[in-house]
Design a protein around this ligand. Structure first.
Ligand code: Q46
Ligand code: ZN
Ligand code: ZN
Length: 307
């Protein structure tokens, strides 16, 4: 297999794009695709203050790398969740993130949840879910809250996450087979800021396959944590990813088509008559000031502050 651009030996064949590329051209192609998404969805410009949520994994570290390559200056935010399994997932992921930031001379904010609020997310999950140990809903809530807090306190205009196409299609699939209309309304490469202080959120890797991101990280020599979070094992989203991968094997491009068709249908008014049930209920939390639909304290403050 030869590179479409230069005829040298190709290192990757992307059947969905009918495109094989050598290392040099693939390492140019990925940032070009990301820049295309940034512009197409009007995510941000060179004047914005950017904050990337980094977990030490291949997607977020590669996103940080790509932004630098494209000439955007972006700071990083690492949230230490305190997941202390047999491989010390949190310690290890912080180590990879810190090393990357140091090597590239990038500014990194670190929030340690236990140091900041007195408990790890697993301890909170045990306390609030009567000993039920899987902390994913607590984790999602904490990450959203802390990303917003740091963005707001440090005047970042845009928050970036490393969700790739496989992540997005797995979420879309889950939302669709359960007809979660309110989630479908909000699934987008860009979530606008709101006047109550929610930062603008964007997903510049939303059109890039996970396999392409893994190849990018490998070919760029990015050191990242290979272990997954121990709580992601057996998760529904991994099951959905497997189903979608089977579909992709039979029909290359099926995932990209599923996602882009959804975005097109939305743009064409699929949800234009639907109302966002939560929008009218939003108000500022009386403790932290972040938007919430719950009366009084937001879910985060109910979990930590009121104990
Ligand atoms: S939610 Fe759950 Fe993930 Fe948090 S506890 Fe791990 S698997 S990291 S994206
Ligand atoms: Zn080439
Ligand atoms: Zn609050």
């Amino acid at each position: 297999m030869r590179c479409r651009k230069c005829g040298e030996k190709a290192c990757i064949n992307m059947r969905q794009h009918k495109l094989a590329l050598c290392k040099t051209h693939f390492l140019d192609w990925v940032p070009d695709q990301v820049e295309h998404a940034i512009k197409k969805y009007s995510m941000f410009t060179h004047h914005d203050r950017l904050l990337v949520a980094v977990s030490g994994g291949k997607d977020s570290l590669s996103l940080w790398d790509i932004l630098r390559h494209l000439g955007y200056s972006a700071d990083g935010l690492y949230i230490g969740l305190g997941i202390d399994d047999s491989v010390s997932y949190s310690d290890k992921s912080l180590e990879y993130t810190r090393r990357f930031a140091q090597e590239q001379n990038l500014m990194l904010h670190i929030v340690d949840i236990k140091a900041e609020y007195g408990e790890t997310i697993t301890a909170v999950a045990m306390r609030t879910h009567r000993g039920h140990y899987k902390p994913c809903s607590v984790c999602g809530l904490v990450k959203r809250h802390e990303m917003n807090r740091i963005a707001h306190q440090n005047n970042y205009s845009v928050l970036l996450t490393g969700h790739n196409l496989d992540d997005e299609t797995a979420i879309l699939f889950g939302n669709t087979i359960n007809w979660l209309g309110n989630y479908l309304i909000h699934q987008s490469p860009v979530l606008e800021a709101n006047k109550l202080g929610l930062a603008r959120k964007v997903k510049p890797l939303c059109r890039i396959y996970e396999r392409e991101m893994a190849a990018y990280a490998l070919l760029r020599g990015i050191n990242y944590i290979h272990e997954e979070c121990p709580f992601s094992i057996d998760s529904t989203s991994i099951y959905h990813k497997e189903l979608l991968n089977n579909l992709e094997t039979d029909r290359p491009g099926a995932k990209l088509n599923f996602y882009l068709s959804f975005l097109r249908a939305k743009k064409d008014g699929l949800f234009s008559s639907a109302t966002d049930e939560n929008a009218e209920l939003l108000h500022a939390c009386s403790e932290c000031g972040q938007p919430t639909t719950a009366p009084g304290l937001c879910a985060f403050c109910r979990m930590f502050v009121s104990t």
